[in-house]
Design a binder for this molecule. Structure first.
Ligand code: FE2
Length: 134
């Protein structure tokens, strides 16, 4: 059973509630991240899945607090939200820290040499491009 994927997807849906566009975006990014990871070795499956599904959770608090969101605000507000969600489902602390760093860096120049960060950025770029062409 793909335990983390199902559990984190459920948590993502609870978090974004009826914001289906955000949920669909996250699922598309996960799809592409897993596809890219098939051809690159060394990525941690759980870190990749959680990073892909939760990468944009900072959008919701950013919009609530500031009325808009952008890359820096997503990087600021995303990590604490992701940490809270991942703690609630019992993810181990080492992975939570790494996922948090990835989410806090996914819109700017990479500060970490993590394959999962590189894959997330590539997958997000693909999905953002597809969405803008719709
Ligand atoms: Fe995204």
């Amino acid at each position: 059973m793909d335990y983390p994927k199902a559990i984190i997807t459920e948590a993502l849906i609870q978090f974004f509630e009826n914001d289906y566009r955000r949920i669909e975006h996250a699922l598309s990014v996960l799809h592409h991240a897993l596809r890219i990871a098939e051809n690159s070795s060394g990525s941690d499956h759980e870190v990749l899945i959680a990073s892909a599904l939760l990468h944009d959770v900072g959008i919701k608090p950013a919009e609530k607090i500031h009325g808009y969101n952008n890359g820096p605000l997503q990087e600021k507000y995303g990590p604490p939200e992701a940490e809270r969600i991942l703690q609630s489902i019992g993810m181990d602390n080492d992975r939570i820290r790494k996922i948090s760093e990835i989410i806090g860096n996914h819109h700017s120049r990479s500060r970490y040499d993590y394959i999962e960060l590189a894959i997330l950025k590539e997958a997000d770029a693909i999905v953002n491009r597809m969405e803008s062409e719709r």
